[in-house]
Every structure is written in C-alpha cells, then in structure tokens.
Design a protein around this ligand. Sequence first.
Ligand code: ZN
Length: 167
Amino acid sequence: MYVLDDLNLNIESIVMNKSANTFMELAFAEAIAAEEIGEVPVGAVVVDSLSGEVISAAGNRVEVHHDPSAHAELIAIQRASHKRMSPRLINCDLYVTLEPCPMCAQAISYARIRRLYFGALDSKGGGVESGARIFHQSSCRHKPEIYGGLCAGRSADMLRNFFQSKR
Ligand SMILES: [Zn+2]
C-alpha cells in the first residue's frame, strides 16, 4: 500500500480503515460479476464519505452495452450523479479495482470526487500515475486525494488471469 503524492496522510490509518476494505470488496464483487459476462474485470463503487452510504456500484459493460465508454468508473459516476441530481459528487469517494484510464480520470476530476482509491497500477492503460497522468496536467482543475495499491496483488492477478484465459 502506498499513498500517492505528499498529502501528509497517515498510511497506518488508511491500512487500518476497515470501511475502505469493505468498499474495495464491493468493487471486486462488481469486477468478478463483469468478468462472468465476458467483460474486462474492473469494478467501481461511489461512496458518500459523510454518511458511509454506497451510492452506486458498477462493473465494466463495454461489450454488453456496445459502448467504448462503458467503463466501471463512468457508469458508477453517472449513476451516482443521477441519484444525487447533480454533476458534482461533493464529499464522495470512488473505489476502483484498477488504476483508472485517462477518460475515467478526467471524469473523476469533473465529478469532483473527494478521494480516489484504486488497486493495481495499470502501466499500459492507466492515466493516473501511468501514461497521461491526468491529475498532474495544468488543465486539470480538480484533483482528488489519491490512494493507490489497495489489494494491488489481487487486482493485478485478476487482470492477468483474465487476459491469459483470453489467449
Ligand atoms: Zn476508464
């Protein structure tokens, strides 16, 4: 587990944070459900950080919806925004099983997500710490607090197994 960027946050407190693990479990459940229908196994959950309520949860639906933008994070953000009847998810946190791609990272910024928690880094498709590094661009006007590497081993194994089984 590592904390990205210097935010003066206590790593121990995050590791000990049981609710963060619970929300990641939920995201993994969505990833597994996505894999079962032939999607790349990625899951995402939006949580109200004040109440601890899960506002939305989603897995990838790119193939099922015939939609290249139907990533777990975008679907979860859209559902949460509809529920909140606002495009800005103030005080909301997003849990994702894998480092978000540039498209989702940009949406996370637009949605004003408070904290982004994610699993393994995705050196090929990621856009947070890999590739485009969206939150580090001068055009990025809202940057969430970022916590990467939650259940990173499990997250990386899941993706590796998926792509190996497709060969
Ligand atoms: Zn994405």
